[in-house]
Design a protein around this ligand. Sequence first.
Ligand SMILES: [Zn+2]
Length: 424
Amino acid sequence: MAKNHHHHPATTQWINQAEQLLNDFQETAIAVRHHLHKYPDLSGEEENTVRYLKKILQQQLPDRTEFWQPLPNALIIALPATNRSNPNPEHQAIALRADLDALPIQEQTQVEWASTHPNKMHACGHDVHTAGLVLALIVLARLPRTKQLVAIFQPSEERAPGGAYQLIQQGLLQRFPIQIIGAGHVDPNLPLGTLGIRAGPFLASAHEWKITFRGEGGHATLPHQCKGNALTCAIQFWQAIQARHTHWHPPLEPILLHLGILQAGSAPNIIPGQAFLHGTLRTFSDEVRARILKEMVAVARQVATLHGCTFEAHLPTGYPVLVNDPYYTAHWRKIVGQLPWFQGRIQEVPPRMGADDFAWYTQHVPGVYWRVGVRTDEKATHYPLHHPAFLPSDEAVLWMARAFLSAFFAFQHIAPENQDENKP
Ligand SMILES: [Zn+2]
């Protein structure tokens, strides 16, 4: 299995056909990229993006393609296998995912196809992800497939709990027998056409936390008539958290506990009746996350009690840890690394404190998540993700498509892990 595929004539033929098809349809895909970039939709509002993609793909895909829309802003496209020789009918589907949403940022690039929607921009490269999956899908529809392909055009990656969470709730994993799911993200730190990967925990869990303290409030010159001060609670709470949190996790456990918003008060001579804190917690362990959030609530209670105030904690569902399945990641790396596109162009990358709702899929089915380098000599490709001037080149769409194609190729050749007789 998967041995010396680069020497196998079938592999060479597959790659040559794929490259020819990429060439034939790259203009279509780049036009899609420009359209998406020009008319970006925010998380939860991707209806127009989906309508547009559906129109394009209905023209380009064969008649027996299944279009499924569990939500008006999501589009799932299933292409059946062309060859049903696979002996494991319960593991017939390979899923590839692209995220659709833009960010509330005012674009600062000067390209002709810059965003025409004020304060909305594809500043995280999701336009490249989507156009790349469109191109891969058009190509794969014209190549032999031993397994079903499920292409997931997913909304709301940027907004917790994430579109992945919503699609799983809508029954995505019951509808398709997904053996393995893959996705890629553009990376301005890696050179164009290279891939970054890591097995095991790759991206952090991300959970927002919101705490509100409430007191009576009153005139600053009459504090003795006023039981407590909500702003004092907020300050003491955050100081206590910073001093206490090291007691809630082992020192080598990576955590990031951040306060991003503190809102209180309306005038210098008023005792604020309310103080609001809003931050994010990143960890690589569900246990550590649960412990820290529990202790934070306990501290809020103690501080509120001390000052005669009340408090309210809101801990919305966030994203779990993104774990790359070690078995599939090892095979992905070996097989993709043998294809001419990515030979010698895959590197191990460190874990990141960033998050991606792709993590939800990896809680249920094996997943592989890779980074696609987009950095060139152009300065626009050097800015960090979410920067108003970040702009991968159109060539990034082709590399994104090649990464999806390579992953599909690799996954077709990997037997499910529980099939001992097929283990390498
Ligand atoms: Zn992103």
